[in-house]
Design a protein. Structure first.
Length: 115
C-alpha cells in the first residue's frame, strides 16, 4: 500500500472507499487475482520532484530504528526519508523535517527533525 510501513490498512483506506488499483497477477489455477495500489503512487523519481534539498517540509513519523539510529518519516505515501534520531517522537506524529540531502543514485533522503 505504500513504501513506508503502516500498522494497519485503515491508515490508508476506509471500508467502502472507492480506490484505483492495478491488476498485478491473475492465477487461474487458484482462482485469485492480485492487485497493487502502491505502484500507482509513482516512482521514487516521480515523488522526489516535489522536494528540494535545504527546505523544511511536513512529514509523518513512521518507524524508529530499534538501535535509535534514526526515524523513518513519510513525506508522501510512496516516499520515505530517514531523520536523525530524536527522543519523544511517536509513530504517526506530524513532524517538520529539514531535507539535509537527496541522494538520487541510492534513492535516499536524509532528514533532520526541525523544531
Amino acid at each position: 500500500m505504500s513504501v513506508s510501513r503502516i500498522k494497519s490498512p485503515y491508515e490508508r483506506f476506509e471500508i467502502g472507499q472507492n480506490i484505483d488499483v492495478m491488476v498485478k497477477d491473475v492465477d487461474t489455477e487458484k482462482n485469485r487475482v492480485s492487485f497493487t495500489y502502491k505502484e500507482l503512487l509513482g516512482t521514487w523519481e516521480d515523488n522526489i520532484k516535489d522536494f528540494k534539498q535545504g527546505t523544511v517540509v511536513k512529514g509523518i513519523a513512521k518507524e524508529t530504528e530499534k538501535s535509535k539510529n534514526g526515524i523513518f518519516v513519510e513525506l508522501t505515501p510512496n516516499l520515505v526519508g530517514l531523520a536523525e534520531y530524536k527522543d519523544n517522537i511517536e509513530y504517526g506524529q506530524d513532524v517538520n523535517v529539514y531535507i539535509k540531502k537527496i541522494i538520487p543514485e541510492k534513492k535516499k533522503v536524509k532528514l533532520i527533525i526541525y523544531d
